[in-house]
Ligand binder design. Structure first.
Ligand code: WT7
Length: 638
């Protein structure tokens, strides 16, 4: 029986969310969500129906309601007299700082909305955002939301090719970028990747560029405009228009089981309701006193929901930091927590394990006594890392919320409530009030305590994806075809003796590297696009720090020969095609790949090799000698 950590009586007494929420939601789930929507958000026009599921799996939430997300995240706080409250404490990696109050944020977002309008952006147009972690990223997202122009944020670590395919899929007409951003004490350029991504035939007519690093960048006068030229001079008055509750808010691409990333799209009322509700309940947000910090990048869903929309809808004060935790030294995060008195801290297991490896003395050197709630997201957190986080970062006094969710779910689905749940290292535990999940077997039969199976969501939820951009059939097929009427999450899960949920990782060909989702098929197709590669198979192998690591098995073309350079070149080729995050940790050149008689690559066997295990059952291989061939080849060549 694992040890549990109940909330202290003092914590429980002041907590914003109590056990009664579970009863309320269980009694009438839709009424529960309708109350959240009306209490947490300001609507220009009330909705007349909470959920329309008649065209399942296409949901409509808060039907008939109208609201503006940017107004909800900014203007209404100013109107309520909180204009002087800091919304964002920005910390640049080189040490520059900028505090932005809600009143300033309102002016900046209004200016940006006016500038986007002057560049031709109208409601419904798509805007691609390729920016470092600087305030302009948040400002641009809110300006798009204000206009009803769905944004598509592309993580700055993605390559020009990845950016191009996302721009094309969404048919974005404008890209907002920067000359570069700071990472590990150097200016890393972004503009050249945009130049490459929009060259030739492209739907993009304008590129709006923030000057961040003052690096020299190429300039196309007919297409490129500086942010300081068009935004700084724009009017700081802008009247937000109310949009339909189901108006698309953003598209965010994520890896699936095929080579082509999926444009997950989210809409307005339901998304904002659930991000605001979960941000408040799961992190026990007391907006007047808390200082919140989420270390994610806005290029991922965590940044969308828990840097931009949830915290700002709730009028929180937060820290945004541009760089990496080890720049200029490994105590940078802890210094920031001490400097701003951060009370709520949300990060990923891979970062926790890295800090753990660096040693206890580094966090111990900083004053972390302001912290009161800690969060984890992105992959299962192993109990050892959980305990370290609890003891060394949280001083043994802070509840840890292990939050399970996905790009598709839009907001947190499974997590302890910090003032209610006795937390358990390694388990995400229970669905939130208003969320219904089950663990089922292959026949969709619900499993009981002590059993492992597949995680499904059994009822629609407000922040659920509304589809895959431009591909409704793929939406139905990917999430709703495995089991009739159930949302298939793609994760394995186990219910323990207490009924608490343990997430067991992906059951499809999706890897999780440092909390980032990568598809085996996408990396395989990047590898085979190299002229010297005949065939490639990619697996995610367990890695102590990153959770999983990319391991590739490659067959070279007849004419190519293996050298140390060819492996380096192939790794760099993947980085160029997709981005540095997709670079394989290891590439093994082999003569054959293990395949079934129907030609399907048996990744399970390759994973055995990548993880240095005895190779499992090979009886379904078309050629049972292949594994010997691979093993011998590897031992002789290394
Ligand atoms: C996949 C979703 C949610 C934002 C970051 C990742 C894994 C996420 C947890 C957790 C175990 C987790 C799942 C999920 N995952 N959080 N707390 N415990 N696994 O979003 O890129 O859409 O990836 O991340 O496998 O399916 P994403």
């Amino acid at each position: 029986m694992p040890e549990t950590f109940p909330p202290s009586p003092e914590f429980a007494a002041q907590a914003v969310a109590g056990a009664a929420l579970y009863d309320e939601a269980a009694t009438d789930r839709e009424a529960f969500w309708a109350r959240q929507a009306r209490e947490l958000l300001s609507w220009d026009q009330d909705f007349h129906q909470t959920l329309d599921w008649s065209d399942a799996p296409f949901a409509e939430w808060f039907v008939g309601g109208r609201l503006n997300v940017s107004y909800n995240c900014v203007d209404r706080h100013v109107l309520a007299g909180r204009g002087d409250k800091v919304a964002i404490h920005f910390v640049g990696e080189p040490g520059d700082r900028r505090d932005i109050t809600y009143a300033e944020l309102q002016r900046e977002v209004s200016k940006a909305a006016n500038a986007l309008t002057s560049l031709g952006i109208r409601k419904g147009d798509r805007v691609a955002i390729y920016l470092p972690m600087i305030p302009e990223a948040v400002i641009t997202m809110l300006a798009c939301a204000r206009l009803g122009a769905p944004h598509s944020v592309v993580f700055g670590g993605f390559s020009a090719d990845a950016l191009r395919s996302r721009i094309e899929d969404a048919q974005a007409s404008l890209v907002v970028t920067a000359d570069g951003g700071y990472r590990r004490s150097t200016a890393s350029l972004l503009k050249p990747a945009v130049d490459a991504a929009v060259s030739g035939d492209s739907p993009v007519s304008k590129v709006l560029v923030v000057r961040r690093t003052k690096s020299d960048v190429a300039w196309d006068d007919s297409r490129d405009v500086w942010w300081h030229d068009v935004v700084d001079g724009a009017s700081d008055q802008h009247t937000p228009e109310a949009h339909d509750s189901e108006h698309p808010l953003f598209i965010l691409y994520t890896s699936g089981t095929t080579g082509k990333p999926k444009g997950i799209f989210h809409t307005t009322g339901g998304y904002l309701t659930q991000t605001a509700y979960t941000h408040k309940a799961v992190f026990d947000l007391h907006a007047d006193t808390d200082v919140y910090w989420c270390t994610a990048d806005v290029g991922w869903i965590t940044g969308h929901s828990y840097i931009v929309y949830g915290p700002l809808a709730n009028g929180a004060t937060q820290v945004i930091y541009e760089g990496t935790p080890d720049s200029p030294h490994r105590g940078r995060w802890w210094d920031i927590i001490a400097e701003y008195g951060v009370t709520i801290f949300y990060t990923a297991p891979t970062a926790i394990r890295t800090c753990m490896k660096w040693g206890d003395d580094i966090p111990a050197a900083a004053d972390l006594s302001s912290l009161r709630v800690l969060g984890s997201v992105g992959e299962p957190i192993n109990p050892e890392a959980w305990r370290w986080y609890h003891r060394v970062v949280g001083g043994g006094r802070c509840p840890i919320v292990d939050t399970w969710w996905q790009t598709e779910t839009g907001a947190i689905m499974i997590s302890p409530l910090p003032g209610v749940t006795a937390t358990k290292p390694g388990s995400a535990q229970v669905p939130l009030p208003g969320i219904n999940v089950a663990v089922v077997d292959d026949e969709a039969k619900p499993l009981g305590n002590g059993e492992s199976g597949l995680l499904v969501v059994t009822e629609p939820w407000p922040s659920m994806l509304r589809g895959i951009w431009g591909d409704p059939e793929r939406y139905r097929e990917t999430y709703w075809s495995r089991f009739e009427g159930l949302y298939f999450a793609g994760d394995g899960a186990k219910k323990d003796e207490d009924g608490d949920l343990w997430l067991l990782g992906r059951v499809d060909d999706v890897m999780n590297v440092s909390g980032h989702r990568l598809s085996t098929a996408e990396i395989e197709s990047a590898l085979v696009s190299h002229p010297s590669v005949a065939e490639a198979a990619v697996v995610g192998a367990t890695d102590e720090t990153t959770g999983q690591a990319v391991c590739a098995f490659v067959i070279l073309r007849g004419t190519a020969t293996e050298t140390a350079d060819s492996v380096t070149e192939l790794r760099n080729h993947v980085a160029k095609e997709i981005g540095p995050i997709a670079k394989p940790r290891q590439i093994m050149i082999v003569a054959e790949l293990p395949k079934t008689r129907s030609g399907k690559i048996m990744r399970r066997l390759l994973r055995d090799i990548a993880e240095n295990r005895e190779v499992g059952d090979t009886s379904t291989l078309a050629d049972t000698n292949v594994m010997n061939l691979i093993r011998t080849g590897l031992t002789t060549s290394s």
